[in-house]
Write a protein that binds this ligand. Structure first.
Ligand code: CO
Length: 152
């Protein structure tokens, strides 16, 4: 007799690394977080051409906010900002132990990985993938390889 299959596949989700927030202007967002919450930017804005975005980070006690604004005419967040002209929550990002295994697991479990499915270098300098929001309850999910030193 073979054992019954487990109810759930192995857990993929590690720490919540960051919440991605798309905005028309990082400068305006940083100013707002300062004025309302007393928060300051922890990583000043820099270009991430591979993802078509400009990025800045605000550290919070247990995670980060990733502020993203479009970079270039082909930026993947133009469409999001068209629907949300003032910006809005764009994605959530979880750490995974093995990005390739996570990509393969997503596909095996019936979810669509965006793009070619080949992990791309993310804003933290580690490879990332994105899972289509139609498979994840309407929330774009980013999976990223655990960064070195377990930091953000
Ligand atoms: Co992100």
């Amino acid at each position: 007799m073979s054992a019954l299959p487990p109810l759930l596949p192995p857990l993929l989700l590690g720490r919540l690394n960051h919440v991605g927030i798309a905005c028309p202007s990082i400068d305006d967002q940083v100013a707002m977080y300062g004025r309302l919450f007393g928060a300051t930017v922890s990583t000043p804005a820099f270009d991430l051409p591979a993802q078509g975005v400009r990025v800045a980070f605000i550290d919070v006690a247990n995670s980060q906010l990733e502020l993203i604004e479009p970079l270039g005419d082909d930026s993947p967040i133009h469409g999001f900002l068209k629907k949300n002209p003032n910006g809005g929550q764009h994605h959530v990002c979880f750490e995974v132990k093995d990005i390739i295994a996570a990509r393969d697991a997503m596909r095996a479990r019936g979810a669509t990985v965006l793009g070619t499915g080949e992990p791309r270098m993310g804003a933290h300098g580690v490879p990332v993938i994105f899972v289509h929001p139609r498979d994840t309850g309407g929330v774009l999910v980013e999976l990223m390889a655990e960064p070195p030193q377990g930091g953000h």
